[in-house]
Ligand binder design. Structure first.
Ligand SMILES: [Fe+2]
Ligand SMILES: [Fe+2]
Length: 324
């Protein structure tokens, strides 16, 4: 039994549509079917659920499905990025739509209370701009900050996490980097907003995920994390550890070094793969990372870093992770 807690976004078990396969990569699944698939993954304990979900599934039915699969809810992700919010949620030019975004997020907050979850996960994927001259940048950023600040003040008993990403679907997302997100949170001046650091989004943004994690921890704002992998040019959401194992190792090294405790959560989109196998693969690799951290020569690594000895540090990390 692992001492770690593993989680996944419930969308890991969905079927997907993109702008080419508009008929989807498989038959659509209900939320209950997705929960039952999540229950087949070895060592999965928590899930993040999008809300609202379809009206024909009740909260009670979701609760029963979670229970029979030994799952609990870590977060609720309000759907503030679909058609209604195509010009933005908190930054929509229409004040009525901005109000709707606030309502959808408050509904998500009530679900967090109902499920005893840890946070409302905000992913304002449509908040931003596409073209030069399209927006007044000062106003857009002010709306980004005020919209989330207001939510946090309305729900002081709950935590809110912002998951930043450079782009997609918006060409420029308002919360596009770790530094920008931390600046926005500081401007809100509230204690209950933090960052959910998605390893793949940091890679995609040209960041070092380990450095981004350290920055958020130093500001007391690392409230959650997601792992996956990509080729750095897009948010591919591939299986964790398949492309950037050494950077993933440095990321978890940084978390352990800071005694950061939280769920190791998967945010993967297995378009063409078996979703249960993809989750098992990732979790097996994450367990290997954890065991590698136990094997790591921490003192020798610290000494190598003090000399900025790149090859020396690599040898120590490589020995622990790959065994040579
Ligand atoms: Fe994510
Ligand atoms: Fe993503």
């Amino acid at each position: 039994m692992s001492k770690l807690t593993f989680g996944a976004g419930i969308w890991h078990f969905a079927t997907y549509v993109d702008r080419y396969a508009t008929d989807g990569y498989g038959p659509a699944k209900s939320l209950i079917e997705m929960i039952d698939l999540a229950g087949k993954v070895r060592d999965l304990s928590v899930v993040d659920i999008n809300a609202p979900w379809s009206a024909d599934v009740s909260v009670d039915e979701v609760e029963v499905a979670l229970k029979r699969n030994n799952l609990s809810v870590i977060g609720i992700t309000p759907e503030i990025y679909n058609r209604e919010f195509s010009k933005g949620a908190f930054t929509n030019p229409d004040a009525g739509i901005r109000r709707r975004a606030n309502e959808v997020c408050n509904d998500a907050a009530n679900l967090v209370r109902r499920f005893g979850a840890s946070y409302v996960k905000l992913w304002p994927g449509q908040d931003g701009w596409d073209y030069p001259f399209q927006v007044d940048h000062k106003q857009l950023w002010r709306h980004s900050i005020e919209g989330i600040g207001e939510l946090a003040s309305q729900n002081p008993d709950l935590k809110f996490v912002i998951e930043y990403k450079p782009r997609e679907p918006r060409v420029h997302m308002s919360y596009g980097s770790m530094a920008r997100t931390l600046l926005g949170i500081e401007a809100m001046g509230v204690p209950n907003v933090g960052v959910l650091l998605d390893f793949g989004h940091a890679l995609f943004g040209g960041e070092s995920p380990a450095d981004s994690a350290q920055l958020a921890i130093d500001h007391g704002r690392l409230f959650g994390m997601d792992v996956n992998d990509n080729l750095r040019a897009w948010d591919d959401d591939m299986v964790a550890g398949t492309v950037h194992p050494i950077e993933l190792f440095e990321f978890f090294y940084t978390l352990r070094k800071n005694n950061w405790e939280g769920v190791w959560q998967l945010d993967q989109f297995p378009f063409r793969e078996d979703c249960v196998e993809a989750a098992d693969m990732a979790i097996d690799f994450l367990k290997h990372i954890d065991a590698s951290l136990d094997r790591l020569d921490w003192d020798a690594l610290a000494a190598a870093q003090n000399r900025q000895d790149a090859m020396g540090a690599q040898k120590i990390a490589r020995q622990a992770l790959f065994g040579f």
